[in-house]
Design a protein around this ligand. Structure first.
Ligand SMILES: Cc1cc2nc3c(=O)[nH]c(=O)nc-3n(C[C@H](O)[C@H](O)[C@H](O)COP(=O)(O)OP(=O)(O)OC[C@H]3O[C@@H](n4cnc5c(N)ncnc54)[C@H](O)[C@@H]3O)c2cc1C
Length: 303
């Protein structure tokens, strides 16, 4: 079934918004990516469950994304349905004992701001990570020595055949830029963070410090998907890339950032093919010089 026909069928089933042949460049921080046959933004958790069950009955493949800040979507786009959980299912509620309950689609910078205002400490390191709560916990996003999964008290997830389950922190099986949510895969819909009471001023001050450090070391004015490669055991991938003399190297519109060697930036008009060729080149040069294998951190979808 083509995108237009599939979209009109889904419009009769879900309450959220449904878009046919949607350019994924509009939904990724890289500003790269061909069209998804259909992109759906569910209205709430029951709407998401209805959608999952319908797609599973129709045997239509689907992919869940958050804010698209860790994604490279191929130029050929995505066959099937992309379910976008960002700025939807985005409630943030303070419960007892320092628990902050967040919908998976809440944006992390907003959640961090709210935690600071409520005098809850723990999330300071994450205030400049631009994705959703769902994406950050799924990827066990990390910065300044802090890891998202360490803050999780419990999480609500949905299986790909539409069953709801509750996970503890241990059930998430966190690893380096991965969790069970990614490997199984599951869909995260809600996360309870376990935070500590502190003064709002102190929490805000520490967040500000981290944001300043980030702004001076990351190319935030150009489109990217954050770090391109995972850090090999105990060492920064960027150091190897820098030491290999690769800062500033380009393929088409894609370039290894001059400021942070582990960032690949879109200098204008970059294609997914440009980025993938550049990543391959970086991996080859780093391996030939240091015998170190760099593993992609950015998730590649479609094609
Ligand atoms: C400027 C910049 C700075 C960054 N800094 C950091 C940093 O300091 N540390 C860091 O770790 N990352 C960083 N990143 C990368 C990225 O922001 C994080 O990995 C973020 O957590 C991804 O969240 P997202 O919502 O955008 O997920 P997406 O990119 O949309 O998705 C990432 C993966 O998670 C899956 N996923 C997303 N939501 C769900 C869900 N609800 N249920 C199940 N699976 C889901 C997707 O299928 C995909 O596999 C940075 C990116 C940029 C652009």
């Amino acid at each position: 079934m083509n995108g237009t026909a599939l979209a009109s069928q889904l419009k009769n089933i879900v309450c959220g918004s449904v878009h046919a042949n949607e350019p994924m460049s509009k939904h990724t921080s890289f500003r790269i990516g061909g069209p998804a046959d259909v992109l759906v933004v569910p209205r709430d958790i029951p709407d998401l469950l209805t959608l999952i069950k319908a797609l599973s009955d129709m045997q239509t493949p689907f992919y869940v994304i958050g804010a698209g800040t860790n994604l490279l979507v191929k130029d050929e786009g995505i066959r099937g349905v992309v379910i976008k959980i960002a700025n939807t299912i985005s409630h943030v509620d303070r419960l007892k004992n320092g628990i902050l309950r967040c919908g998976a689609g809440a944006l992390l910078p907003e959640v961090c701001k709210e935690a600071a205002q409520k005098g809850l400490s723990g999330l300071e390191f994450a205030s400049g990570i631009p994705g959703t709560v769902g994406g950050a916990v799924t990827m066990n996003a990390a910065a300044f020595g802090g890891f998202m999964a360490d803050l999780v008290d419990a999480a609500e997830a949905i299986t790909y055949d539409g069953h709801q389950m509750r996970l503890s922190r241990e059930d998430l099986e966190p690893g380096t830029k991965t969790t069970r949510v990614l490997s199984e895969p599951l869909i995260l819909v809600e996360v309870d963070f376990s935070l500590k009471e502190d003064s709002p001023e102190d929490v805000q001050e520490l967040m500000k410090e981290y944001l300043i450090r980030r702004a001076s070391s990351q190319p935030l004015s150009l489109p990217s998907a954050g770090c391109a490669f995972k850090n090999p055991e105990g060492q920064g991938a960027g150091r190897f890339i820098d030491a290999a003399g690769l800062k500033g190297v380009r393929v088409g519109g894609a370039q290894v950032s001059e400021l942070h060697a582990n960032f690949i930036v879109n200098n204008g008009g970059a294609t997914a093919k440009d980025v993938i060729s550049l990543m391959n080149h970086v991996q080859e040069v780093v391996y030939s010089k240091f015998k170190v294998t760099l593993e992609p951190e950015v998730r590649i979808l479609g094609g």
